[in-house]
Design a protein around this ligand. Structure first.
Ligand code: NAP
Length: 488
């Protein structure tokens, strides 16, 4: 990141004009204890946001050249004296070495930016530990969820949220103002007891992805085993043919579309179940069971994994003709046909099946890409609710229908060919059709006017068996009111 990029404040004095709440924050002096990566990035961002910065280091002479010239780098005690708000950019293990500064720090705001190396590493959070070492100070937890890189590159390119907590409202407001002037969005997380939760956030590994990833892996394993039995084990046992070479590409490539297709249908299945529940109970105010709630919340990740598998399937399919095995088999077939003096090998039905199969596959992948792109927060935020729901719901459902066509044209009449039932196991694609077809049929039923109308009314707040007030025009044109059951 060049210094030039940092030269322009994100929200300098100019941008805070007309917003008196921000005026006291920008322009004030902020202290930073420590001269490491985070302290340096913090100092640069603070300077660029219009603050005066004083850095406290154990060795200011050596560290001064690392900071922008506008920032003053001095000894820790000197720095602390010059400001009321101090960012403590040192590791927890070194907090006790700051105890000599207790007198000069008294009455000041300490911002604890530290993180741990493990979730719930210590019994008490770092911020609470700092507060216990400096009881005369007010400790605010914050800025630990942004990295030094995000601070340097500006809030535009990284996570914009800064989670803040403290037992002192005034101190929290001051730190929130500073965060806002720096271009971040402060989020009030309450009292200092929330600090452990905030400290755990940067350490969590894809919490929203765990269930969808396990689901995808589970489906992959099931379909892979099924395909392995049909494509490799069956010919080996029944015909003593060695088809193990198929495992790395062919078996994987027949597994990926199955996972992608079923995962896509699992994005829309919870919506169908939710609609069934609403229709059955005649209300939208009844809570869904927890498992359905969880499922509804994970739809985005399930959809993205479906897209990932579909994209891999496309790449694998493009690479199929590159394989040596494919070339050998092609030449073998050509030689066989030449020996049998077969000149016309064109099968019109097969040609059409393949053309349609590939074409709908490409369309399905295109639609899935669109869904994936619009689920990115930066794109989703630029869409209004109607646009977002049109793409995610209507186009998503269209993708499911097109994928079903892709699967059906792949299978064609093979479901009725008894040779396809290896060890009495039906072809894999017939199994994958089960959930998607259920979803499609349910959506078609929900679109019938009588059901659609009832569902719409429920979603607007109508409840079965509840009495509602109504207003009717009388014969004289005046309005009379009364009560009736909304059921009638
Ligand atoms: P760092 O590069 O190792 O810097 C730590 C600084 O602490 C040193 O430069 C040192 O500055 C100072 N310090 C004060 N007393 C010390 C002592 N007794 N022994 C050693 N150093 C002492 O670490 P960092 O990456 O800047 O991280 C600083 C804090 O920010 C940590 O609590 C970390 O969890 C938090 N944080 C970092 C990031 C990040 O992206 N790096 C992100 C979020 C939070 P002087 O030698 O000048 O005194």
């Amino acid at each position: 990141m060049s210094r030039g990029d940092m030269a322009k404040p994100l929200l300098g004095h100019g941008s805070t004009e007309g917003d008196p709440s921000l005026t006291p924050a920008s322009g004030r002096t902020i202290g930073v204890l420590g001269s490491g990566d985070f302290a340096r990035s913090l100092a640069i961002r603070l300077v660029c946001s219009g603050f005066k910065v004083v850095v406290g280091s154990r060795n200011p002479k050596r560290k001064a050249s690392l900071f922008p010239s506008a920032a003053e780098v001095t000894f820790q005690a000197e720095a602390v004296k010059k400001t009321d708000v101090i960012f403590v950019a040192v590791f927890r293990e070194h907090y006790s070495t700051l105890c000599d500064l207790a007198d000069v720090l008294a009455g000041k705001i300490l911002v604890d930016v530290s993180n741990n190396t493990e979730i719930n590493h210590h019994k008490e959070s770092n911020a609470e530990y700092l507060a216990s070492l400096f009881p005369a100070c007010t400790v605010v937890k914050g800025f630990n969820v942004v990295s030094a890189w995000t601070l340097q590159s500006g809030a535009r390119d990284g996570n914009k949220q800064v989670l803040i907590c403290s037992n002192n409202q005034e101190a929290k407001r001051t730190v929130a103002e500073i965060a806002q002037v720096m271009g971040f969005t402060p989020v009030d997380m309450g009292c200092l007891s929330s600090a452990s939760e905030i400290e755990n956030i940067p350490l969590r590994l894809l919490p929203a992805w765990k269930i969808p990833i396990f689901l995808a892996l589970g489906l992959f394993l099931c379909f892979f085993t099924y395909n392995l039995i049909r494509q490799v084990i069956h010919p080996f046992i029944r015909e003593q043919k060695n088809k193990f070479y198929k495992i790395p590409i062919e078996v994987v490539n027949t597994t990926l579309p199955c996972v992608s297709y079923v995962m896509l249908s699992l994005v829309y299945l919870p919506g169908v179940l939710a609609a069934c529940s609403q229709l059955y109970y005649g209300t939208k105010y009844r809570r869904f069971p927890d498992w359905l709630d969880q499922w509804l919340q994970h739809r985005k990740q399930i959809g993205l994994l479906s897209f990932f598998c579909a994209a891999l399937h496309a790449v694998y399919s493009l690479c199929l003709p590159m394989r040596r095995s494919h070339r050998y088999l092609l030449i073998e077939t050509a030689v066989k046909q030449a020996m049998e003096k077969k000149m016309n090998i064109w099968v019109e039905e097969e040609v059409w099946r393949m053309e349609i199969y590939i074409s709908v596959g490409i369309i399905a992948l295109g639609l899935l890409s669109l869904l994936a792109i619009t689920s990115l927060p930066s794109i989703a935020n630029s869409l209004n609710w109607r646009e977002f729901s049109f793409i995610q719901s209507s186009l998503g459902f269209t993708a499911l229908v097109v994928s079903t066509l892709h699967t059906l044209t792949y299978g064609w009449s093979r479901a009725f060919d008894e040779n396809q039932y290896k060890f009495y196991l039906p072809p894999t694609y017939t199994l994958t059709l089960l959930v998607p077809c259920t979803v499609i049929i349910a959506r078609v039923i929900f679109s019938l006017p009588c059901i659609r109308h009832r569902l719409l009314r429920i979603r607007r707040g109508w409840e079965k068996g509840r009495y509602v007030k109504f207003v009717l025009p009388s014969a004289t044109g005046e309005y009379s009111s009364g009560e009736t059951s909304s059921n009638v």
